[in-house]
Design a protein around this ligand. Sequence first.
Ligand code: LLP
Length: 417
Amino acid sequence: MHHFTYRDGELYAEDVAVRDLAAEYGTPLYVYSTATFRRHFQAFDSAFADLPHMTCYSVKANSNLCVLRLLSELGAGMDIVSGGELFRALAAGVPARKIVYSGVGKRAEEIREALLADILMFNVESMDELRRINDIALELDKVARISLRINPDVDPKTHPYISTGMKNNKFGLDIKQSLEGYELALKLPGIEPVGIDCHIGSQLTSIDPFLEALHRIKDFNQKLKTMGVDVRFLDLGGGLGITYDQEEPPHPKDFGQILVRELQDMDVTLILEPGRVIAGNTGILVTEVVYTKSTETKHFVIVDAAMNDLVRPSLYQSHHTIAEVRPQGRSTRNVDVVGPICESGDFLARDRDLPEVRSGELLAIFSAGAYGFTMSSQYNSRPRAAEILVDGSQVMLARKRETYNDLVALERQCLKE
Ligand code: LLP
C-alpha cells in the first residue's frame, strides 16, 4: 500500500499533484511519501509487538537524512554497513545503542568510529575481522559487543546478485567456522559475544527460507549455550520482499506472527533489518518524455531518467511499474522505456505495453523508494536527481538537484605550472 493515487485524472503524492512538483523541481525527480513510510514502518514493527525486539532499518535502502530522521522518530534503530552510513545515522539523531553494523569489509577506521560511538553491536563476518575488532577495542580500552554472521546455506530463491546466505556467497561464516569463531570470541578480552546474526538475501517472497535459516540458527544456539555464550540478541537481518509486479510476498503481519511463534521459547531480543519492505513503495521517480522514436522492430520512449538514476532494471532486470502522471487515454503500444545514457543496457522497462506518450509528458516509475537514489551515480556526467519528501500537502526538499559544479567540485585541472 502506498499514498500515490490518481485524483481528477492525475497522479498525486499524498495531497500534492506530482505535475506541480515536476514543474517546480524539474525532472528526473524522486518523490517520497511520509505517510507511506510511517505506515510501512508501523506495519512491520507492530508485527513483532509480542516479542522484545528492535527494528533496525537498513540504511542502504534509502539513506536520505530526512528519511532516517523520520524513521528514527518512529522508534527505528539502524542497520549500517559503512562509516558513511554510521555518519548519516548519527547525524539524523539515531541513538548509537540502536545501531548494528554489518558488512564483510569493515576497515580499521570504520571500526574505530563505531566503537567510539558505542554502537549496539558489530555483526562480524570473518575471523580476521574478529581479531581486528578485538585489537582496536583494546587500543581504545573498550569492549566490543559482537555477534557472528552465520551463513546457514539456505537458498532464498531470489536474484543471484542479492542472495547472501548460500555457501558460495562471500557473506558470514558457515556453522563450523562460527563455532570456532565463538570459541575465539570468548577468549578475546576486547570482545563480548552477545548475539547471533544472519541475513540470507533480499526481495524474498516466501517465508520458508527464513524459517529454514531460523531452524539452523536455533540448533546452533543450543550449542552456544553449552559453550557458555550468553546470546541476548538474535538478528535475523532483512530481506522481506515487496510487490513490484505480480509477486505476492508475505504480509509483515504474517511474517511477524510466524517468527513470534518460533521464538517464544528463546529468551532473546529479536533484531530485524528491513530495508525494501519499509522504503520500496514509498517513492516514485518522475521523469519527462524527451522524444519517442520507432525503428523497424521497436518503439522507444526516451525519457530524462536513466540507469544512473535507477539502475535496478539494468542490473537485475527488475520490473518497475511505469504510468503516466496525467493519463491521456491513448491506445497502448509495446515499447522500451530508455534513458539518454550511451549504453544499450540503459533501460527502465523493456517490451512494456504502455499508453502512447508524447514528448514533454511525465511518467512515474513506481517502487523506487528503496535502492533507487542510493544506487544512483553521475555516469555520463549527469548530476544526480533531487529528492522530495511529501507530508500531506507539505513539500520538503530532501536533497537538492546536483549542479554541473557539483560534478567537478572535488576535481583539479592538473595543469602544469
Ligand atoms: N541487512 C543486511 C546485512 C543486508 O545486506 C541487507 C541488504 C539488508 C539488511 C536489507 O535487505 P532488504 O530488507 O532491503 O531486502 N540493491 C538490491 C538489494 C541489495 C540488498 C543488499 N543487502 C536491489 O536493488 O534489489
